[in-house]
Design a protein around this ligand. Structure first.
Ligand code: C2E
Ligand code: MG
Ligand code: MG
Length: 784
């Protein structure tokens, strides 16, 4: 029983999924951090590079400056060396005249304050200044003479600093004098005026922190010039650790004073023991760069803060968004839950409203809903539907006498039996009281309803035991209305089925009745006939009629088909279509079939005994007979019993009867053919119509169904089927017989199409044995 559709719940609960949110936040944070890290690292490396460039640039300019100053100093010292050369010549020549020359030498040379000459014994020979020479100088002279001060042959030695008249700082340059032979002639002392010298450099713009230093080659600082003025120290100023490798020039960074790092560039004079350095405070060099660097760092820091701030803002926003979405999802879940709850309640309410509480069957309301939708589909299909109204006989009496409880139990049992008997696709309902309504769906043919109704009647009619201690047996009255014959809509069908049920009850004719009276007559007859069939077989109420088969080549009769008729004393002559299906259903067909075999054989034997030239007779074999494996034995036995050759008998089977049980059928046909009996395929075209399938069976003749012959000239589909069947059958070596030929046109058409034999009213209707005998004796007069 179908139930009303219920919403399919796919409750995938909307669980808050935090992972994507977390991922989003983490990637955002990571992205920002990476961006910042790369920005900072790029900035730092750029600044470092720039700083390096600035220092390199300063180094070059300081180096150049040191070089220029060194050149200048070199020139001054060169003059000193020249004086030494001149004095050497003087000492080795006339000393008196040279005295004048010495004084004149220094005239105009402001670099040197004084010139003094000592003899090889250290005694002052001459001095341009009357002032007494410092003791330090005299002792230095003696040291040179004694050869203590390193290389006595060195061009120049630097003496201790002194202050001339307490005014200008000067440094004595001691130069050993020797003749061409290398003999020491004396020592020349030249007092280099540091004040004058450094004054020259004072105007050079070397910046706030710039310092120009004159160092002795060992590193002792002699003097320094800076923007503020000159600085000279007797003890020597801070010494610089000059590189030991005697490089001509170079640079390094070291603190000069107060731990402030300086960039120091030096230039060593080539022939003289002096070194010039140009120093500049590193901070001074980098001042501009540092200012720019600070600005850059400030900007980057600001951008970093901004990025961090924005990221934090975005993360907060994402978090809020997540909270918002989660809240939405929660509310959606709650809403969904609520809807489902409502739907459940609705469904329950619907179930309650559409079910019959007692039996659990659909009630009227649900029946109408379900049956209507079935009928809507039925209109589009070619199938038949039946509406049955069912009422229990004597229910009221049972209810009144045995009590409601028994009545209720009885209704439940009946409902159960109905449910078991009907198919899943049928609609079953209880309308109230003892009224049940059924819509039987999808019937291939109207007759099929009989099988169902009989099953229902017999099922309900069975005794119901132990209903609250009582055994009860009830009958039923069923009214049947057929769709579409008895009504196109549900209301009409219910009304008509109801009327039929009342008719059935009123007439007390049996347990069911059709709304269509004509059907009722047939049923009645059918019932009666069914009851009478066994008796009729026994009392030989059946006869065979014979219809000739004509060969189209020469229009001669080549055989007969035996067709059974029932000569009922009550109903007159009944044709096979009215009793063969029933005989099939009841099983009487086996006895009937046996009777036909016997009758046909008997007839052939009789004719032969009378000297009539006999022709083969075809008998029809039903599906039920084809399941009976003793059939061939029986036929062969009968032929033998009447002394007939097997070729005198042909059997006709239909496609559908073969298909029902192909393996047994094949066995039976094989046996028959083996015994010499031929097989014809009857009503070809109605069933599967597959010659490919049939060719596996021992069939010698195909009989085209008369429904194809009827319209053969007007229906091109039929004509194509007939023509192709003829061609194919011939290819398979079979003979073709056309059934139901009623007109000359059909005959001509079939002959043209290549058909072998015809059978039909055009030549002859089925005739009794006497007329058949005449036909055998005198050839048929063929109408032309
Ligand atoms: P079928 O075997 O196809 O038999 C041919 C049917 O077509 C016969 O109907 C015959 O009277 C009818 N017929 C022949 N020529 C014409 C014609 O020109 N026009 C029309 N409209 N009909 C024509 P019948 O005798 O009523 O038999 C009906 C069916 O009953 C048969 O069809 C066959 O299937 C079955 N039947 C007949 N006799 C027997 C029998 O002894 N045993 C079994 N099992 N079935 C039988
Ligand atoms: Mg036949
Ligand atoms: Mg036929």
């Amino acid at each position: 029983m179908p139930t009303p559709p219920r919403r399919n719940r796919t409750q995938a609960p909307l669980r808050p999924r935090r992972r994507p949110w977390l991922l989003l936040k983490a990637s955002l944070a990571l992205f920002t951090l990476l961006l910042l890290a790369s920005t900072w690292s790029f900035t730092f490396s750029r600044l470092k590079h720039e700083e390096h460039l600035v220092i390199e640039h300063a180094k070059v300019s300081q180096q150049n400056l040191a070089h220029i100053i060194a050149e200048n100093l070199h020139q001054v010292l060169d003059r000193g060396a020249l004086y030494a050369l001149l004095v050497s010549e003087w000492l080795s020549g006339d000393q008196a005249s040279a005295k004048l020359n010495l004084s004149a030498m220094l005239t105009g040379d402001r670099a040197y304050n004084r010139i003094a000459v000592y003899d090889p014994r250290g005694r002052l020979l001459h001095s341009t200044s009357p002032a007494v020479e410092h003791d330090d100088v005299a002792s230095s002279v003696r040291t040179i003479i004694a050869g203590d001060q390193g290389d006595a042959s060195a061009v120049m030695h630097v003496g201790p600093l002194s202050r001339d008249y307490g005014q200008s700082w000067q440094v004595p340059l001691l130069m050993p004098l020797s003749d061409a032979g290398g003999t020491l002639l004396g020592v020349l002392v030249l007092h280099l005026d540091l004040g004058y010298l450094l004054q020259l450099y004072q105007d050079i713009d070397i910046g706030q922190s710039g310092i120009i230093q004159i160092l002795e080659s060992h590193g002792r600082e002699l003097a320094r010039a800076r923007r503020g003025g000159l600085e000279i120290s007797e003890q020597g100023l801070v010494s610089n650790p000059l590189p030991a490798d005697n490089r001509a020039q170079g640079s390094w960074i070291s603190p000069l004073q107060q731990d402030t790092p300086f960039l120091i560039c030096f230039h060593r004079l080539t022939n003289y023991p002096f070194v010039v350095t140009v120093d500049k405070e590193l901070d001074d060099i980098l001042a501009q760069f540092n200012a720019r660097k600070d600005k850059d760092l400030l900007l980057i820091s600001f951008l970093t803060l901004l990025a961090l701030f924005m990221t934090a803002g975005a993360i907060i926003l994402i978090r809020r968004q997540r909270i918002y979405f989660e809240a939405m999802a929660r509310s959606e879940r709650e809403k969904r839950g609520l809807i489902e709850q409502l739907e459940d309640e609705k469904h329950r309410a619907y179930e309650l409203a559409s079910r019959d509480h007692l039996t659990g069957l659909a009630n009227r309301r649900m029946f109408i809903q379900l049956a209507s939708s079935h009928l809507a589909r039925a209109r589009r299909s070619r199938q038949h539907y039946a509406l049955m109204f069912l009422d229990l006989d004597r229910f009221k009496a049972i209810n009144d006498t045995l009590g409601h409880k028994v009545g209720d139990l009885l209704l439940q049992v009946v409902a159960q039996r109905l449910r078991e008997t009907l198919r899943e696709s049928d609609v079953l309902a209880r309308f109230g009281g003892d009224e049940f309504v059924i819509l039987v769906t999808g019937l291939e043919q109207e007759n099929d309803i009989l099988t169902i109704v009989e099953k229902l009647v017999s099922s309900i009619g069975k005794p119901c035991t132990n209903l609250d201690g009582h055994d009860v047996q009830v009958g039923t009255s069923i009214g049947i209305a057929l769709f579409p014959r008895d009504g196109q809509d549900l209301d009409t069908l219910i009304r008509h089925a109801d009327m039929a049920m009342y008719q059935c009850k009123k007439a007390n004719r049996g347990s069911f009745a059709f709304f269509d009276q004509a059907l009722n007559v047939n049923i009645t007859q059918e019932f009666e006939l069914e009851q009478r069939m066994a008796k009729a077989i026994a009392s030989d109420e059946f006869v065979l009629h014979y219809q000739p088969k004509i060969e189209l080549e020469n229009y001669r009769i080549v055989g007969f088909e035996a067709l059974i008729r029932w000569q009922s004393p009550e109903h007159g002559l009944i044709y096979p279509n009215d009793f063969i299906p029933m005989a099939e259903n009841t099983g009487h067909i086996i006895a009937l079939g046996n009777w036909v075999i016997e009758a046909a054989c008997r007839q052939l034997a009789e004719w032969r005994a009378e000297g009539v030239p006999v022709l083969p007779i075809a008998i029809n074999i039903s599906a039920r007979q084809l399941r009976d494996s003793s059939l061939p034995r029986r036929i062969v036995g009968k032929l033998a019993e009447y002394g007939l050759e097997p070729a005198l008998l042909q059997v006709e089977v239909t496609e559908s009867s073969l298909v029902e049980n192909i393996e047994i059928a094949r066995g039976i046909l094989d046996e028959l053919v083996a015994a010499g009996i031929t097989v014809a395929l009857d009503d070809f075209g109605n069933g599967f119509s597959s010659l490919g399938y049939i060719k596996t069976l021992p069939i010698s003749t195909v009989k085209i169904d008369r429904s194809f012959v009827r319209d053969i000239q007007h229906n091109s589909d039929d004509a194509v089927i007939v023509e192709s069947t003829i061609i194919l059958a011939h290819k398979l070596g079979m003979r073709l017989v056309a059934e139901g030929v009623e007109t000359r046109d059909q005959l001509v058409y079939l002959k043209m199409a290549g058909c072998d034999e015809v059978q039909g009213y055009y030549f002859s209707r089925p005739v009794d044995h006497a007329r058949a005998r005449e036909m055998l004796l005198e050839p048929i007069s063929v109408p032309t």
